[in-house]
Design a protein around this ligand. Structure first.
Ligand code: NAD
Length: 483
């Protein structure tokens, strides 16, 4: 039986690859081929950018209320038809549970509504000029063409986050989704077209990172790259962006710490820690994969975390009781198990988990890995949490900061001073007190310190990232010409 080929979208039109090549999309849950997709290369990336340049002129000249109308319509379509448009793809290609998929769909509608509101808020400015005969203003203008390169772990919500705000600001976009999850992105591109976005303003080029993604990154007509992905890819895309002297927005990896201070309830804290790491099998950039616990409550906390990990329900992705499913690929499983093996070889205690069945890795808890173990230093992007003891708040904060990453962090305490001290001293893009480290909000500036990236996405902060500032001044001096 031949599978129908899903074509890419360039300037609103369904297109095959010029080479005629395709690639297969596999379901992580059972390895079945769920689609053949057109394989975009450099020529398709360049064609999409050329379309976007045309689209940009049209879209940026529209009244803000017109852009707001399209984004609101997109939100309404997600609310009315989100399940039929996205649910199967999120579950089949993304390996999401039905609960996670529904959460992403809801967040997507919220992001689109938030971005719609931003279309009307591109305020400029004036500032005092020392010369009273001159007036100085600041205009805020869209950048132009934004290439949105997205990952597999939240294939709808993260794509929306990096697309809706640049559109609100008047930019045109070219989407290059993860090669693991192109179907969700094609459905999202179609949603924007159905909502009335001018066809030249959105393309979805379904190709590999090293070819199609790199071609977008190398294209001098791209004014900004908005990448959500690993720090390794961020480094490549960032270097190329500097070569072109253009803006880049990089949302990268994390190794977020959860601090459990000595006044926290150890059983409740373990439950919160488990939610913050095992959601979507740990394939969450902000997952609290490191937990630092005050030594006074360490025995109770670790016993409760073991129990919470062992109570996680793994099963059919369409069963609402299932809490997580498979990792995205065998390579992802191999990496996670290698991190666990390296930690145990270095002296860590494997409290629970540490094995995989198919692509599903058991919830895994490691105690006291060496500080140079890969599981402590590098992103595993799987359901593995490392727990270490600390004797003071200062030591806990130092351990949280003992990372090349700085995406998110969290503190469990009832002591306001301890919580705020941690919030001030932890070098991360967000710090949450009284909850775990994986928090999303369409209005919040999400992004990272250090290797976790450059720029912030969400709400007005995002919209501003996708604009240029221009100083415009006017002289009122009499030039001798009569009026
Ligand atoms: P990845 O870096 O492998 O791929 C991300 C995207 O970049 C894909 O579309 C890929 O095709 C593309 N790409 C790869 N090489 C490229 C190149 N040379 N030039 C241009 N594009 C290229 O990441 P992934 O494995 O898909 O996603 C997981 C990673 O994303 C994790 O590190 C995770 O922490 C991170 N992430 C970060 C955030 C955040 O908000 N900070 C959110 C989600 C995921």
């Amino acid at each position: 039986m031949t599978t129908e080929v899903k074509q890419m979208i360039i300037g609103g039109l369904s297109c095959a690859a010029s080479s005629g090549d395709t690639f297969q999309v596999l379901a992580p849950a059972d390895g079945r081929v769920i689609a053949e997709v057109a394989l975009a290369g450099a020529s398709e990336a360049d064609a999409a950018v050329a379309q976007a340049r045309v689209g940009f002129r049209l879209w940026s000249s529209l009244a803000p209320r017109e852009r707001e109308r399209v984004l609101l319509r997109a939100a309404e379509l997600v609310e009315a038809e989100g399940d039929s448009r996205f649910l199967d793809d999120l579950i089949d290609e993304g390996g999401c549970t039905i609960t996670k998929a529904r959460g992403e769909i809801g967040y997507t509608a919220d992001l689109l509504r938030t971005a719609a509101g931003e279309s009307r808020r591109l305020y400029g400015d004036t500032f005092p000029n020392d010369n009273p005969e001159r007036v100085s203003m600041v205009f805020r203008e869209p950048l132009g063409v934004v290439a949105v390169i997205s990952p597999y772990n939240a294939p709808l919500a993260l794509l929306t986050k990096m697309s809706a705000f640049p559109l609100a600001a008047g930019n045109a976009i070219v989407i290059k989704p993860s090669e693991e999850t192109p179907l969700t992105a094609l459905a999202f591109g179609q949603l924007l077209l159905d909502a009335g976005l001018p066809p030249a303003c959105v393309s979805v080029v379904t190709g590999m990172g090293a070819q199609c993604g790199a071609a977008l990154s190398a294209n001098p007509d791209v004014d900004c790259i908005a990448l959500t992905g690993s720090s390794a890819t961020g480094r490549l895309v960032g270097a190329e962006s500097m070569h072109h002297m253009r803006r880049c927005q990089l949302e990268l990896g994390g190794k977020s710490a959860l601090l459990v201070l000595r006044d926290a309830d150890p059983v409740k804290a373990a439950d919160i820690a488990a939610q913050g790491i095992f959601n979507h099998a740990g394939q969450i950039c902000m997952a609290n994969s490191r937990v630092v616990v005050d030594r006074a409550i360490y025995p109770q906390f670790t016993a409760a975390l073991k129990a919470a990990a062992e109570a996680i329900v793994l099963g059919d992705l369409r069963d609402e009781a299932s809490q997580y499913g498979p990792l995205i690929s065998q390579a992802a499983v191999d990496k996670v198990l290698a991190h666990v093996g390296d930690a145990v070889a270095g002296g860590a205690q494997l409290l629970t988990g540490g094995s995989a069945q198919g692509l599903t890795v058991q919830p895994t808890v490691l105690l006291e890995p060496p500080r140079d173990a890969t599981v402590w230093c590098e992103e595993s992007f799987g359901p593995v949490v490392s727990v270490v003891a600390a004797d003071s708040l200062a030591e806990a904060i130092a351990l949280a900061n003992d990372s090349q990453y700085g995406l998110s962090a969290a503190v469990l305490t009832h002591n306001v001073q301890w919580g705020f001290r941690a919030a001030r001293e932890i070098r991360a893009g967000s710090v949450h007190i009284g909850m775990h480290a994986f928090q999303s909000n369409a209005m919040a500036p999400i992004g990272g310190y250090k290797m976790s990236g450059i720029g912030r996405s969400g709400g007005k902060y995002s919209t501003e990232e996708f604009t240029e500032l221009k100083w415009v001044s006017v002289s009122l001096e009499d030039d001798g010409v009569d009026d």
